[in-house]
Design a protein around this ligand. Structure first.
Ligand SMILES: Cc1ncc(C[n+]2csc(CCOP(=O)(O)OP(=O)(O)O)c2C)c(N)n1
Ligand SMILES: [Mg+2]
Length: 554
């Protein structure tokens, strides 16, 4: 008799072929054969407390490793619980595969336990969503789903595997198990457009570049650094591209972005859309020449006209443009000294204006002081994660990661609850790194039980909660719109001592009310070698300027 193999074991073989080392999961009868396959293939199974966390962890794992992440969840509520994680990865352009269980094909539409139309539900938020029709094709479809993650800008795929398809055994020689099925999808960009960009650079006196998340997705740090340093182009960074240039680099700018984009004569937008974070492109000078470089042709020129669009890999395009401009007698760099000094002066002024707040001794603690202390505490090897509302908006202004790939935020879906999962993925993928996550108390509560998973899998990290006993970012908008006396509806949380919660679950925990205690508490968390929560009581009546300027309620 020929050797046979089950669907779950075929999944594991396909995951192994893709280089997946760990799956994030919450168990269910529909999917247990995948676990058994993972045991054979040496793939680690990390079981979490909520499927949202499993999906966010797969997203986070992809961001940190540059390989696709994988989450495995059961049919019905297991899959619906994971929807938020998939949706977040979709908006953040993060490659991951969610595998969901499904009732047996033999009971299709008969009302089996946990039966739902998963593929229909997932189709609008994935790049590929399908049902695996036969056991022989399990590994084939897994490889197909991974390949689809890399079409254009990356993103998530979804596969449901009916229970009888997963559990059945088929002759090994009848099952396709792809091993070499992927090609590089990097595109170099139209050479003519690259020449035009080089021309524009040569003529620009006041250029500025925004390095967006795709710079990190494409691991284009070196190309971006060569470009901005070689051509003297002031650089701003957003999302996961923060840290592409280290703080203190002559081309690293952060606080003068609005000024730069109003005064510049050439603005180069790399790997980030003209979405709400960019005022849909309206905040750029109407007289500046605007160049947009993106992996996705659909993003280029969306919401705002551009002077030049280049579709392709940001790293390849920036390298080619730097080379083309470098070959010219006059690349424009020498002319830009004054412009750089002008921006540096704006930057310094903004920093000095804010500094007293960052050093404030006020009690309750000024959130600026908390994020200042965190920024001072970060090392070159600390991965920083932000998960919250107002408190994370404060941190966006002050916290500067010291190395590329060391900043994680949900991305444009603005999903609260990513923090614990991202910490889990980051520490698993890079045990050599320190992981620090700043939570809002509201955000923490969504997925905080997975602190227990961090303890169970011995994944030490430094959790900091900016606790204002409120959903403050929303409260601000309510106060502005309905007045202070009606501002406390639906946004007030209890005064929870989250440090005690950490201890209850086997971690390290502390409460901090005096700003002078923040740094020593952070040090103790670092030294504890445990998952930790430092619960910092911040002033609930202080809001971030970013929150106050949001247009949602105006
Ligand atoms: C999953 C999810 N639910 C709701 C929201 C809307 N929301 C945005 S900010 C915010 C308040 C967050 O409170 P917290 O994490 O405590 O941060 P704070 O604003 O208080 O600093 C809420 C509820 C969201 N972005 N994501
Ligand atoms: Mg809060």
């Amino acid at each position: 008799m020929s050797e046979t193999i089950s669907g779950g074991h075929l999944v594991a073989k396909a995951l192994k072929a893709e280089g997946v080392e760990v799956i994030y999961t919450l168990c269910g009868g529909h999917i247990i054969d995948i676990y058994d396959g993972c045991v054979d293939e040496g793939i680690e199974v990390i079981d979490v407390r909520h499927e949202q966390v499993a999906a966010h962890a797969a997203d986070g794992y992809a961001r940190i490793t540059g390989k696709p992440g994988c989450a495995v969840v059961t049919a019905g509520p297991g899959t619906t619980d994971a929807v938020t994680g998939v949706a977040n990865a979709f908006r953040a352009e993060s490659p991951m595969l969610l595998i969901g269980g499904q009732g047996a094909l033999s009971q299709h539409k008969m009302g089996s336990l946990q039966d739902l139309p998963h593929v229909d539900m997932m189709a609008p938020i994935t790049k590929f969503a399908a049902t695996v029709p036969t056991t022989e094709r399990v590994a084939d479809l897994v490889s197909m789903a991974f390949r689809e993650c890399y079409h254009g800008a990356p993103g998530p795929s979804f596969l449901e595997i009916p229970r009888d398809v997963l559990d059945a055994k088929v002759p090994l020689d009848k099952a396709r198990i792809p091993k070499n099925y992927r090609a590089s999808t990097r595109q170099a960009g139209d050479p003519e457009s690259i020449e035009r960009l080089a021309d524009m650079l040569a003529h620009a006196e006041k250029p500025a570049i925004l390095l967006g998340s795709q710079v990190q997705t494409c691991r284009a740090t070196d190309a971006a650094i060569d470009f901005v340093r070689g051509l003297d182009v002031p650089a701003y960074m957003n999302g996961s591209a923060r840290g592409t240039l280290p703080p203190g680099d002559p081309m690293h700018f952060q606080l003068s972005r609005r000024y730069a984009f109003t005064e510049a004569d050439l603005i180069i937008i790399v790997g980030t859309p003209f979405d709400f974070r960019m005022g849909y492109g309206k905040r750029l000078s109407p007289t500046a020449k605007v160049v947009q470089i993106d992996l996705d042709y659909r993003t280029v020129g969306k919401n705002r006209d551009i002077d030049l669009g280049i579709v392709g890999d940001p790293g390849l395009i920036l390298s080619a443009a730097a080379q083309a401009a470098g070959g010219r007698v006059e690349n424009g760099a020498a002319r830009r000294k004054e412009w750089i000094e002008e921006l540096r002066a704006v930057e310094t002024q903004a920093y000095e204006k804010r500094l007293p707040r960052q050093l404030s001794d006020a009690q309750p603690i000024d959130p600026y002081r908390l994020v200042h202390e965190i920024n001072e505490f970060l090392t070159e090897d600390t991965i920083y994660i932000g998960d919250g509302g107002d408190i994370v908006t404060f941190s966006g202004q002050v916290v500067q990661p010291k190395s590329p790939g060391h900043w994680m935020d949900p991305g444009p879906l603005g999903t609260l609850g990513v923090g614990m999962a991202f910490a889990m993925a980051a520490k698993k993928a890079r045990p050599d790194k320190e992981v620090l996550c700043l939570f809002g108390d509201g955000a923490f509560s969504l997925t905080g039980w997975d602190f227990e998973t961090m303890v169970r899998f011995d994944l030490p990290f430094i959790g900091v909660i900016g606790n204002n006993s409120s959903m403050n970012q929303i409260r601000y908008g309510q106060a502005a719109k309905y007045g202070e006396d009606r501002a406390r509806v639906g946004n007030t949380l209890g005064d929870v001592r989250y440090g005690e919660f950490a201890k209850l679950l086997g971690g390290h925990g502390e409460e901090v009310r005096d700003p002078a205690d923040i740094r020593p508490a952070l040090e103790r968390a670092r030294e504890s070698g445990k998952p930790s929560l430092i619960n910092v009581w911040v002033d609930p009546d202080v809001y971030a300027p970013g929150t106050m300027n949001q247009t949602m309620y105006k």
